[in-house]
Design a protein around this ligand. Sequence first.
Ligand SMILES: [Zn+2]
Length: 305
Amino acid sequence: MDDPARDPERRDPDRRDLRLRDVVAALESLYPLESAADWDRVGLVTGEPDQPVRRILFALDPTLAVIDEARDWDADLLVTHHPLLLRGVHSVATTSAKGASVTALVRAGVALWVGHTNADVADPGVSTVLADALGLADQRPLSRDGTNAGRVGELASPVTLAEFADVVASALPATAGGIRVSGDPDAAVRTVAVMGGSGDDRFDDVRASGADVYVTADLRHHPVLEAREEARGGPPYLVDAGHWATESLWLESGRERLLGALGHPAAATRVETRVSAIRTEPWTFVVGANAARPAPAVPPTGGVS
Ligand SMILES: [Zn+2]
């Protein structure tokens, strides 16, 4: 229907739509493409630089459901953290999910822009937002390679590892998988290292940082077991808080920073932004977990008495 509130040109005759090239320039001033890792694939994936941008949707992953949401909301631009096309493709036919994604974006006129490792290392970026959410003071980079990856900081006062796990749980969106912890629940922790997303390639940096506990995600059996062996049961303890949960906090930060870079609040009158309500956490439920604190050790059965 003819609703002036839905027609920005009528609401403000002086309104000039932003163009995709303007929004991409603002995003890349915040998250420069040069700061991405060599193997990464970031920046503009679909879209025409001259197309108007009135609605921008932020999401962690460009899944088919997220692309449907962008199309149904009439978004002109989808900003995601994870790349759609990280590895080479030779077809974008709809017979594969990747092809269906590209086709849906192009058909709907939705531009896609990706900020991945360039958003990880930004300040504020994925890991600083996570560190802030955990209340870490005196923050410094975790990595020693000059890439500014990860953060290390201090809790206001020492807490037990179990109490710290509760801090993490309350700071992050809840997921089916919950939070896994390796270490003595009663051990004291104060210095905390964080790395949003998959961080099991950073154990050397974590040890060098002197952190009591390391919060990251996607921790696999062998790297974790070897890290715990190196620690001889002591610090750094490990917290696997989930990939989606540890990175999704960044989306709101990215949305606010983009509005700022576009000239907020003036930009807010020209562009609508929102963070997707779709959770792209892939796990849906767990069974058989011992969610409680570790049970007392069971005496060995059999043997001599
Ligand atoms: Zn990630």
